[in-house]
Design a protein around this ligand. Structure first.
Ligand code: FE2
Length: 320
């Protein structure tokens, strides 16, 4: 069992780095870290050095990062994954530097999502210099796609310490790794990918102020404002460049009495199961998982050497 202590970051490939960075700062409101690496924009929302790295290259999610407690736990995770038959890549010093972590390992989940476990993620003490007053307090959660959410639950709850908080029948599994109702969610999707990346905001007022701002800027609102009955969070989903869905939300439930919590099942066909305010709902856009990244290249080279069949590549090219 691998203990995830937190979510760390999302790394996403963008064909137009300038446009994606302008959106992440001027629209979403994130801070752009001092450029230190050509072709990479590090975006900050909280104590983390960054929680979103935009990397010039083909569009698509590169990886999702999670923290483990320390180097020993990372070594143990690597051993455990390899024993279970998972190919694990140990990040180079340069790759770790780009992620602002001490060390990391990368591997694919059974559904083709690239995961990274990290230790020593850099904390920045200085207050975040937000580009816009969106009210962001922190990187809230990330959401991955898998063809079968029950298979995904089995993976996350047996290989890792994730526990289901609630189900949206056949559509979504909302998972916690700490008292927050969900820091990870898996949505039903035929291809691996990133369904959305969430930022918590300080107040209900921020959600509605942001809504008016996004509309005034011509940003596509995918869903909301509304309220999820599972987490009780008031949500707003909107579409960024290159198919990347962002979410603001406020008021996520905390599960303090872990042992007493019983996961509930919500039928998506029932009115109010996604938005208890009964607004229009839809499946938000997912950004497909990239499979041409160097880590994948290394993994694929290993697979080729081992004679293991590769899953089809949907996107070629190099992404660092
Ligand atoms: Fe969400």
């Amino acid at each position: 069992m691998i203990t995830l202590t937190d979510i760390a970051y999302v790394r996403s490939g963008v064909a137009d780095l300038n446009a994606a960075t302008r959106f992440a700062t001027g629209i979403v409101g994130l801070e752009l870290a001092e450029p230190a690496e050509p072709g990479v924009a590090h975006l900050r929302a909280d104590h983390r050095h960054h929680c979103l790295a935009l990397v010039r290259g083909p569009s698509g999610v590169i990886s999702s990062g999670f923290t483990v407690a320390g180097p020993d736990e990372l070594d143990a995770a690597e051993t455990e994954l390899e024993r279970s038959g998972t190919r694990v890549y140990r990040g180079s010093a340069a790759e770790a530097r780009s992620r602002r972590v001490r060390e990391f390992i990368a591997f694919d989940d059974p559904f083709g999502n690239r995961l990274e476990l990290v230790t020593g993620q850099v904390t920045v003490a200085r207050p975040v210099a937000f580009s816009r007053a969106a009210g962001i307090t922190e990187f809230g959660h990330l959401c991955l796609d898998a063809p079968d959410i029950y298979d995904a639950h089995r993976y996350w709850s047996t290989r890792f310490n994730a526990r289901v908080s609630d189900w949206i029948q056949d559509r979504a599994c909302l998972l916690r790794i700490d008292p927050v109702h969900h820091k990870l969610a898996v949505f039903q999707g035929d291809r691996p990918g990133m369904c959305h990346m969430n930022f918590q905001v300080e107040s209900l007022d921020d959600v509605f102020r942001n809504w008016h701002f996004l509309v005034s800027q011509g940003v596509e609102i995918e869903m909301g404002p509304g309220r999820h009955p599972q987490s009780t969070a008031i949500f707003l989903y909107f579409l960024g460049p290159e198919g990347f869905t962002y979410e603001y939300s406020f008021g996520v439930r905390r599960i303090e009495d872990d042992a007493a919590w019983v996961p509930r099942v919500f039928d998506p066909a029932e009115p109010g199961s996604i938005d208890m305010w009964l607004g229009p709902t839809r499946r938000v856009a997912s950004q497909p998982q990239l499979t041409g990244a160097p880590v994948a290249g290394n993994l694929n080279a290993e697979r080729d050497a081992a004679g293991v069949s590769r899953r089809p590549e949907t996107v070629g090219g190099n992404v660092s």
